[in-house]
Design a binder for this molecule. Structure first.
Ligand code: SF4
Length: 161
């Protein structure tokens, strides 16, 4: 379950059962109340692909005035798309490290939200992330988009859609 919107955090079914719907409870579980949006991922959808799409969109939703948004978020988006499409054993460590590097480094909390989303994916869907690292695209059906983003065209995603 994605809790807190597109800059929120993924929770497993077990965490949903045990986590109080409070700011403190969600923070302790690695998520946030955020904008108050809750989305339940259908079983046929790929959380890595959905997160990659959201990170790419979020990376484009800044003025690029601070280092984390100029350098960090596009790099996170590239790495997420690589994880979703072709995989790579280095990607878990890279994503975790880069998410840490952008956190609390901007003039606002936009990069923090993207980092939270990425790190919650690594934590909540660890096994599926490892499958992507090893094999690349998981073949989830139906391919394409589930969580909508405003932009009709999303550069860089065509290779694995
Ligand atoms: S950190 Fe915030 S203020 Fe700085 S470029 Fe990113 S979105 Fe803009």
């Amino acid at each position: 379950v994605l809790v807190g919107g597109y800059a929120g955090g993924w929770l497993s079914a077990e965490q949903v059962d045990s986590t109080p719907l409070t700011a403190a409870g969600l923070r302790a579980a690695g998520s946030t109340l955020g904008v108050g949006l809750v989305a339940v991922l259908p079983p046929e959808r790929c959380p890595v692909a959905e997160t990659a799409r959201l990170v790419r969109w979020l990376a484009g939703e800044s003025a690029g005035q601070c280092g984390p948004c100029w350098n960090g978020l596009p790099a996170l988006a590239d790495a997420m798309e690589e994880l979703a499409s072709t995989g790579g054993h280095h990607l878990r460590e890279r994503l975790d490290r880069w998410a840490g590097m952008v956190t609390r480094r901007g003039a606002c909390h936009h990069p923090d939200g993207v980092a939270l989303l990425v790190r919650s994916l690594l934590m909540t869907f660890g096994e599926h992330v490892d499958e992507h690292r090893q094999f690349g695209w998981c073949g989830a059906e139906p391919p394409g988009c589930w969580l909508p983003v405003p932009a009709a065209e999303e550069p860089g995603l065509g290779a694995w859609r």
